[in-house]
Design a protein around this ligand. Structure first.
Ligand code: TRP
Length: 333
C-alpha cells in the first residue's frame, strides 16, 4: 500500500514531476496506491480562498496528465474524506508538543514570521500528515528528502499509539528521494537549492504548464559553471543539474550522456535539455487541457476516488476509535 500527496499551493514544476509524479506512476501497478491532493494542509499557511478550489482541481488533473490512472490508483481530495481530520485529533492526543516544536520546517517558519503570526495548524501540520498515511495503513510513502523528518515523526506517533492502545497502526517505511525512484531537481538560477514551488522568482523553476518558449528561455538562462565545456567528472552544481534533468527525462545511460555531451559547449547541453523538456511537457499539457475542458468528467473521477478512499478510511478508523475506547455510535436502522 502506497500513500502520497501534494499541496495545491504554488505551481507544480519539473522537480515535482521527476521527483514525485514519475516515480508514483512507475510503481503504480505494483501496489495499491492512494494519491491525495492535500488541500487541508494548504490552509496552514497563507492562501487565497478564491483560488484554492480551482488549484485543487488543477493538481488532480496534473496527477492524471502525468500518468496516474484513476482506474488503477485511488485519487482523492483530502478534505473530502473527513476521517483524515478525525484521526488527526486522535493522534494529536498522543503526540507530545515538544516533538512538533522540534520539527525543522516549523522552526524555520515560526522563526521567520514569529509565533503570533503563524497558525497552530502549522504546528500540528505533521500530525495531519501522519493521519493521512496511517489512515490507509500505508506501507510506503514516496516523498522528497525534505519530508524525511515528517515521516520519522509519523513512525514515532504510530509506535507510541500502538504502545498505548495495541498494535492498531502500521508503521510506514519511507521511500525517499532517489531511493524512491525520484530525481532531485535543483533550481535553474540557484543550483545549490532545490527547485521550489514557493521561491520568489520564477526563473528557477520550469512550470509543468510553461509554454515551450518559456521553457527554452529559462533553460538557456540557467546558471552554469565558470568553464565552457561539459566535463562529466568535474561538473559543478549547475551543469550537473542539467545533466541530471536530461538523464531523467530521456532515461539514457551515463555512457550515452558522456558520448553526447562530454567536451561540448554549455549551449549545446542547454538546447538539448530544453528540447527534451518541451517534448515531455507538450503531451502532458494537452492531456491537462482536455481534462479541465470536461469538468463534469473530472469531478466524476474525483468523486469515485473519494468514495473508494472513504470506504477504507471508515473501516480503519472505526478500529482505531474502538482501540482508544470511544463509545461505538449506536447502530441506526
Ligand atoms: N507535507 C507534504 C509536502 O509538503 C505533503 C503531504 C501531506 C504528504 N500529507 C502527506 C506527503 C502524506 C505524503 C504523505 O510535500
Amino acid at each position: 500500500m502506497v500513500f502520497s500527496g501534494m499541496q495545491p499551493s504554488g505551481d507544480l514544476h519539473l522537480g515535482n514531476l521527476l521527483g514525485a509524479l514519475r516515480p508514483w506512476v512507475l510503481d503504480q501497478d505494483r501496489y495499491r496506491n492512494y494519491f491525495c491532493v492535500v488541500d487541508l494542509h494548504a490552509l496552514s499557511g497563507p492562501h487565497d480562498p478564491r483560488e484554492l478550489a480551482e488549484k485543487t482541481r488543477q493538481v488532480a488533473a496534473l496527477y492524471i496528465a502525468a500518468g496516474i490512472d484513476p482506474g488503477v490508483s485511488t485519487l482523492l481530495v483530502q478534505s473530502h474524506v473527513p476521517q483524515h481530520t478525525e484521526l488527526a485529533w486522535l493522534l494529536s492526543c498522543v503526540t507530545p508538543v515538544g516533538w512538533l516544536e522540534r520539527m525543522t520546517q516549523f522552526k524555520d517558519k515560526s522563526r521567520r514570521r514569529g509565533a503570533e503570526r503563524i497558525s497552530s495548524g502549522l504546528l500540528t501540520y505533521p500530525v495531519l500528515m501522519a493521519a493521512d498515511i496511517l489512515l490507509y495503513r500505508a506501507n510506503f510513502v514516496p516523498v522528497g528528502e525534505d519530508q524525511r523528518q515528517h515521516l520519522e515523526l509519523t513512525r514515532s506517533v504510530a509506535r507510541r499509539f500502538n504502545r498505548l492502545y495495541g498494535e492498531v497502526l502500521v508503521l510506514p517505511r519511507p521511500r525517499i528521494g532517489r531511493r524512491g525512484g525520484g530525481a532531485r531537481v535543483m533550481a535553474l538560477d540557484d543550483p545549490e537549492s532545490k527547485m521550489s514551488k514557493s521561491a520568489q522568482g520564477e526563473a528557477g523553476r520550469i512550470g509543468l504548464l510553461d509554454p515551450p518558449e518559456r521553457v527554452r528561455a529559462k533553460v538557456m538562462r540557467a546558471k552554469t559553471d565558470s568553464g565552457r565545456a561539459v566535463d562529466l567528472e568535474s561538473a559543478g552544481a549547475g551543469v550537473a543539474n542539467l545533466l541530471d534533468i536530461y538523464r531523467a527525462l530521456t532515461g539514457c545511460s551515463r555512457e550515452q550522456l558522456a558520448r553526447q555531451f562530454q567536451g561540448q559547449g554549455y549551449g549545446h547541453l542547454k538546447a538539448a535539455v530544453a528540447e527534451v523538456t518541451v517534448a515531455t511537457l507538450l503531451p502532458l499539457q494537452a492531456r491537462y487541457r482536455e481534462l479541465l475542458g470536461d469538468r463534469g468528467e473530472l469531478d466524476r473521477v474525483l468523486a469515485e476516488g473519494d468514495r473508494r478512499a472513504q470506504q477504507v478510511a471508515a473501516a480503519n478508523l472505526s478500529e482505531i476509535r474502538a482501540a482508544v475506547g470511544l463509545l461505538r455510535p449506536p447502530a441506526t436502522s
